[in-house]
Ligand binder design. Structure first.
Ligand SMILES: *Cc1c(COP(=O)(O)O)cnc(C)c1O
Length: 370
């Protein structure tokens, strides 16, 4: 059975009338860059994240850069994150002129290991970026406590964690700022590129709004030299429509994860993801681990089952970060995960039959390939 990795058409079909009407409104009002549809989405998204402010921008990468830049991070500063994330997290640090410092991840959650955080802090450290990888929030209580005791800013990379929860908090509401991507394949995806930063700090919100729009408070009066990071009007309208469905879509992802985990829990050396007791994982990615990853992936692909690897090369081993001189072996858990992880098809419209087909294919493949 053919199973795609994700299916954006299946998401569009049931909402197409509403979506087409919303897009048509933007065109009728010619509200193409920023404007009322983006402002409405900012209100809606801030409320969804239990935050006071949301600043819409042009991508998750620009959200991270806006937050770092507005917090005053620059040359000579160090910012701590993990090496098993999408490169955008580290790129935003580099784009501000600061240096990314990596700490290894926890073997169970694949998120920043807070026990290793303190040792990575130096007098140059200004901020920590915990990445809520795959849709699971990091151990924020420990991270916030350590950051607080060293006077560090905390910027949540929530680009994979729209609506994820940790204890009584929503992803993006715990640090100084929360950065979101609305890249089409994310849990909340635009029809193009888009992102947002959430915060509860009014001055920071104001600063980010200024930098995003050429440093202007009033048109053509520029208090600082910023840049253009505005969100398109069409994306604002699309995202407001989709936001209404996000909680239900996340629920569906969680149910799919339960179905996968039930069927995969006793197969070969497969390690299934840990569903946190103190929060809500929103399964942007459902990743399993096996020593036989490459062979399994090949087998699944031959059966028409599309999988992914998030991520095959940890950041310290990327050519782009060669200059950091962090040899293989520097972050053993991240490196093992890069070798062993495989992301299975995951999207709200996935059917039980498709999940069964994926699990069956894994079950029949493993004894043959190992
Ligand atoms: C997607 C993603 C980003 C970047 O978002 P873009 O909208 O693609 O710029 C940053 N960090 C993580 C963890 C992501 O998954």
């Amino acid at each position: 059975m053919r199973v795609p990795f994700l299916d954006l058409k299946a998401q569009y079909e049931p909402i197409q009338l509403e979506m087409n009407a919303a897009i048509h409104q933007v065109i009728k009002q010619t509200a193409f860059a920023g404007g009322p549809f983006v402002e409405q989405f900012e209100k809606d998204f801030a409320a969804f994240c239990n935050c006071k402010y949301a600043i819409a921008c042009s991508s998750g990468t620009s959200a991270l850069r806006l937050a770092l830049f507005s917090l005053g991070i620059g040359p000579g500063d160090e910012v701590i994150t993990t090496p098993n994330t999408f490169i955008a997290t580290a790129e935003a640090i580099s784009a501000c002129g600061a240096k990314p410092i990596f700490v290894d991840i926890d073997e169970e959650t694949y998120n920043m290991n807070p026990e290793l955080l303190e040792d990575a802090i130096t007098p140059q450290t200004k901020a920590v970026i915990p990445v809520h990888l795959y849709g699971q929030v990091c151990d924020m209580e420990k991270i916030l406590r350590i950051a607080d005791s060293h006077g560090l800013f905390v910027i949540e990379d929530a680009c994979q964690a729209h609506g994820a929860e940790y204890k009584d908090w929503t992803a993006g509401s715990m640090g100084d700022a929360g950065c979101f991507s609305f890249y089409p394949g994310k849990n909340l995806g635009a029809y193009g590129e888009a992102g947002a930063v959430t915060t509860n700090k009014p001055e920071l919100a104001e600063k980010m709004r200024m930098y995003r729009d050429h440093g202007q408070e009033t048109k053509y009066y520029h208090s600082v030299a910023g840049w253009n990071d505005r969100m398109d009007g069409i994306q604002g309208a699309v995202l407001s429509v989709k936001l209404k469905y996000l909680a239900g879509w996340n629920q569906a992802r969680r149910q799919h994860a339960r179905n996968y985990s039930e069927q995969l829990s006793n197969i070969g050396d497969i390690v299934i993801p840990v569903d946190p007791a103190n929060g809500k994982h929103v399964y942007h990615i459902y990743a399993i681990r096996t020593q036989y990853r490459d062979a399994l992936m090949k087998h699944l692909s031959e059966q028409g089952i599309a999988c992914g690897i998030h991520y095959p090369v940890p950041l310290h081993m990327q050519k782009a970060y060669e200059h950091l001189e962090l040899p293989e072996g520097s972050f053993p858990v991240a490196e093992t995960c890069a070798r062993e992880q495989i992301s299975l098809p995951m999207f709200p419209e996935l059917s039980f039959i498709q999940i069964k087909a994926v699990c069956k294919a894994i079950e029949t493949a493993l004894p043959v390939i190992n």
